[in-house]
Design a protein around this ligand. Structure first.
Ligand code: VGL
Ligand code: ZN
Length: 197
């Protein structure tokens, strides 16, 4: 069984949003067109409480896109984004949300960020997605969405490590690309056995 995992196609990651990814809106229609080819469509939704610890606004003197040390390791500090219930946290209005079998929210714990759809940034706390996919006998995953070098990257690497067959459709992803993060992400995904298509 094949699953399409659509990562964080939300207003805040599209042009005009709080953490806009260049060209983020260009991928919406082609993602919609892909949905019918899969046994399951899963959407992820970045879903932070106000005042989340990944927001630079919560760290005195910190600027967005700087890096801080958290108990679980290095963490990029972001502009406030995808706050629960805010318009920015909504899916892009053209995304065919009604076709999703599952909407998985992540990043809702105040003290820890979650890039990956499988584990939070401590690489230990599960989101439950692995169990969902296994109980539905889904073994092959195609990943698309935002952003290539953060949430798509972490999700793809975790999925490959868990033993899923993983393809990232790079043409249906867009990157933030902070200090070479896109090149590093591509390298890490390839080393993990992810197919970059
Ligand atoms: C993301 C930064 C912060 C992403 C989410 O979806 O790639 N990036 N939160
Ligand atoms: Zn986030």
């Amino acid at each position: 069984m094949r699953g399409l995992i659509v990562i964080d196609v939300q207003n805040d990651f599209c042009p005009g949003g709080a953490l806009a990814v260049s060209g983020g809106d260009e991928i919406v229609q082609p993602i919609n067109a892909l949905m019918s080819e899969f046994d399951a469509v899963i959407l992820t939704q970045d879903w932070h409480p106000a005042g989340h610890s990944s927001f630079a606004s919560q760290h005195e003197g910190a600027t967005p896109f700087s890096v801080t040390q958290m108990p679980y390791g290095a963490q990029v500090l972001w502009p406030d984004h995808c706050v629960q219930g805010s318009p920015g946290a909504n899916f892009h209005m053209a995304l065919e949300v009604d076709r999703a079998d599952l909407i998985l929210r992540k990043g809702f714990r105040p003290q820890i960020d979650s890039y990956s759809a499988f584990f939070e940034n401590d690489h230990q706390t599960p989101t439950g997605l692995e169990g969902y996919l296994r109980t539905r006998a889904i073994t092959e995953l195609v990943m698309v969405g935002l952003a290539t070098d953060f949430c798509v990257n972490f999700s793809a690497v975790d999925a490959a490590r868990l033993g899923f067959s993983v393809t990232v459709r790079q043409d249906l992803c867009r990157a933030i690309d902070l200090d070479g993060s896109l090149a590093a992400a591509r390298d890490g995904m390839m080393k993990a056995g992810v197919i970059l298509a």
